[in-house]
Design a protein around this ligand. Structure first.
Ligand code: PMM
Length: 267
């Protein structure tokens, strides 16, 4: 069964749900709603990674996410912390988070892998080439699937060298991170190269800018959520282990349709 990760951005300026859940109280309410809608994991972030975004102070990030994580864990939810900061990751795991989701794959904070190694948490290693502020300057590839797979394999090796056992490692090709829209589509077409690395693969396409050439600049949030439900099914078909989405209900329904189409045993 494809796992659904529900996105909870406790930020005033996130990629695509910015401003909806700017503080822990509204963030918690949103997380509970996503859980009720069928999210298996709640991915809590306190720092936006949207193109062009600036970094936020550690204390601000922690004040946003920790109360939400503590409350959700107390309710029995499975929680992930979406952070590029080792200190935040460690604090979140101490508060009960089971996954550290680092879109930078340990490259933004050199202490990340060693810090996670000291915990029992699993880590999501995202493909990343540099900070969001100027990531498009690094969007150059000859064969994107092969290059992203190689760069991810290098980060996995670094994580293992730092003491994170291989079964604790999830990989993510980082759709939209240092990739143009066309490159993101090409990478999705090449997903087999990422799956072949042998780790569970998490895919994040939800509401992202690369959908714009397909849907049009003025596409509503609802239309981007519908498109995301479709990419969730296609990602599952391509071997993804999990999809990270804003509209959990739409993706849950889309994946249920896929399961029915295929017959129960393959879900
Ligand atoms: N994308 C965003 C943030 N975190 N984490 C993972 N593992 N993969 C992604 O593609 C990803 C991520 C982009 O910002 P958003 O939270 O506003 O969608």
């Amino acid at each position: 069964m494809t796992a659904i990760w529900g996105i909870v951005n406790v930020t005033p300026d996130s990629f695509s749900d910015g401003g909806d859940h700017p503080d822990p109280t509204t963030g918690l309410a949103h997380a509970r709603a996503l859980r009720a809608a069928g999210a298996h994991v709640l991915d809590i972030g306190g720092e936006s990674t949207r193109p062009g975004s600036e970094r936020v102070p550690l204390a601000v990030e922690r004040a946003r996410v920790l109360p939400v994580i503590e409350a959700l864990v107390a309710e029995g939810a499975v929680v992930s912390i979406d952070t590029m900061n080792a200190d935040t990751a460690v604090a979140a795991v101490a508060a009960g988070a089971r996954y550290v989701n680092d879109v930078a794959g340990g490259l933004a904070d050199p202490d990340m892998f060693a810090a996670v190694a000291e915990t029992a948490a699993a880590i999501v290693i995202g493909h990343w080439r540099g900070p969001s502020a100027d990531m498009y300057a690094r969007a150059e590839y000859d064969q994107i699937g092969r290059e992203v797979a190689q760069e991810l394999a290098d980060r996995v090796a670094a994580a293992v060298a730092a003491g994170i056992s291989t079964e604790r490692i999830v990989i993510d090709p980082g759709i939209g991170f240092a990739k143009t829209a066309e490159q993101s589509w090409e990478l999705l077409r090449d997903l087999a190269e990422i799956v072949a690395l042998g780790h569970p693969v998490l895919i994040g396409t939800s509401r992202k800018r690369f959908l714009t050439p397909v849907l049009g600049e003025d596409a509503s949030r609802e239309r981007r959520d519908l498109a995301t439900a479709v990419t969730s099914v296609l990602a599952a078909d391509a071997g993804a282990w999990a999809v990270r989405v804003h509209d959990v209900g739409a993706t849950r329904d889309a994946l249920a349709v896929r399961t029915a189409w295929q017959g129960d045993e393959r879900g």
